[in-house]
Design a protein around this ligand. Structure first.
Ligand code: NAD
Length: 388
């Protein structure tokens, strides 16, 4: 754990049922004159969905906008490139992303390319941005990545299949919205995957070597909330209490990892997402038990805490036995919400493990993992997750 640390928070986050109505006023306050809304085609056309509600609020405030609807899951550099042209062709001066992590990251990518130079691949890494992005707000619709409040932009180079991260405080949206009413129609599989991503954010932050007392408090509360609400949200998407608690947990998890950073689960998940275009939350959920079981010896006390937070009885157990209970509980929640158990089922191929292991160790999330591995270790973890 760190003794000295800086702590980054979102500048403004609106949270709760109905907060989307405030976005028009905020756009006006930020002096946005011509907004580029960044989203995908499905969300754009959703009747009374998040984009329509954003449009209504902007219209009520008299703020002009155009809609760029070409965001793909695991957003690609081609999406960023078209978004930049669309922004320039329409003389925009600001951006609002509407969607899950893909929309927010694509919007960040567009902003980065506009003000920091066109070749974003050269900016992969930590604190590489010299200039502020155009004014950016983010409307979140999944619970989730928390990209609406984070300094991370995760993008995929479709030519090399490499998913990379640009991490900078300049990426943090100025204003973000977490309105659980926008999440009621998220399909079951996506609810499960995004909820497991948020759980993974909590777990990786809690065991990260960059954790601090503030991020610990957030991760602990996030794990409790997800344990109590994810199954409910998957069972009934219209359970507003469960949706609200999941949105809250995702936000807490985001604040935690924005400061404590993540670990090998995310570093390896990015390789699966880049190579096979697999859903990010599923990649994280499938890898988490294997990686965290390997991490356990770095700090069994922390894994014992996770077991207790997930409702396990650890009385009379040794530290390592209690820690193992935590991993088993992670496996159980994943199974309960219908996540596959191995990476074979999401298209992974053994011949790719060597390259993916090399790239995972270069990923911006690898450095804070509590146990330090080499390429062979990562290949072995991919193998174990393949056979699981
Ligand atoms: P997503 O944004 O890729 O969305 C997946 C699908 O869900 C899309 O087809 C979208 O149309 C649909 N969808 C979104 N909201 C919906 C709603 N309310 N109702 C119905 N359908 C809806 O999914 P995601 O998991 O939120 O984002 C994943 C991406 O975020 C990955 O690329 C991942 O690497 C990245 N990520 C970023 C950060 C960060 O801090 N920047 C953190 C974690 C993950």
């Amino acid at each position: 754990m760190k003794e000295n640390y800086d702590f980054m928070m979102p500048s403004v986050n609106f949270f709760g049922p109905g907060v989307i109505e405030k976005i028009g006023d905020r756009a006006e306050m930020l002096n946005m004159k011509k907004v580029l809304i960044v989203t995908d085609n499905f969300l754009k056309n959703m009747v009374d969905g998040p984009v329509k509600q954003t449009e209504t609020s902007l219209k009520n405030a008299g703020v002009d906008y155009v809609i760029f609807d070409e965001v793909e899951p695991n957003p690609k550099l081609r999406n960023v490139k078209s978004g930049v042209s669309f922004y320039n062709d329409n003389h925009c001066d600001s951006i609002i992303s509407v969607g899950g992590g893909s929309a927010h990251d694509c919007a960040k990518g567009i902003g980065i390319a506009l003000t920091n130079g066109g070749d974003i691949t050269k900016l992969a890494g930590i604190e590489t941005l010299s200039n502020p992005l155009p004014p950016l707000m983010a409307v979140n619709t999944t619970a989730g990545t928390a990209s609406e409040i984070t300094r991370h932009a995760v993008l995929t180079n479709e030519d090399t299949h490499l998913k990379f991260v640009v991490v900078s405080w300049r990426n943090v949206p100025l204003v973000s919205f977490n309105d659980p009413l926008l999440m009621l129609e998220v399909p079951t599989k996506l609810t499960a995957a995004t909820g497991m991503d948020a759980l993974c954010h909590c777990v990786e932050s809690y065991v990260s070597e960059n954790s601090n007392p503030i991020t610990d408090a957030q991760a602990i509360q996030g794990i409790k909330l997800i344990n109590e609400n994810l199954r409910r949200a998957v069972a009934n998407g219209h359970d507003i209490e469960a949706r609200t608690n999941m949105a809250y947990a995702s936000l807490l998890a985001g604040m935690a990892f924005n400061n404590a950073d993540l670990g090998y689960v995310h570093a390896m998940a990015h390789q699966l997402g880049g190579q096979y275009d697999a859903p990010h939350g599923v990649c994280c959920a499938v890898l988490m038990p294997t990686v965290e079981r390997w991490n356990m010896i770095s700090n069994p006390e922390r894994f014992k805490d996770i077991a207790v937070l997930l409702g396990e009885n650890v009385d009379g157990l040794s530290k390592m036995e209690a820690a193992e209970r935590g991993i088993k509980a992670l496996e159980r929640i994943s199974e309960d919400v219908g996540i596959p158990t191995n990476i074979k089922s999401i298209g992974a191929k053994e011949e790719d493990f060597e390259l993916m292991a090399e790239n995972a160790l270069k990923d911006g999330n690898a450095f804070s993992n509590p146990r330090k591995g080499n390429k062979e270790d990562i290949i072995e973890l991919f193998r174990q997750a393949y056979e699981a």
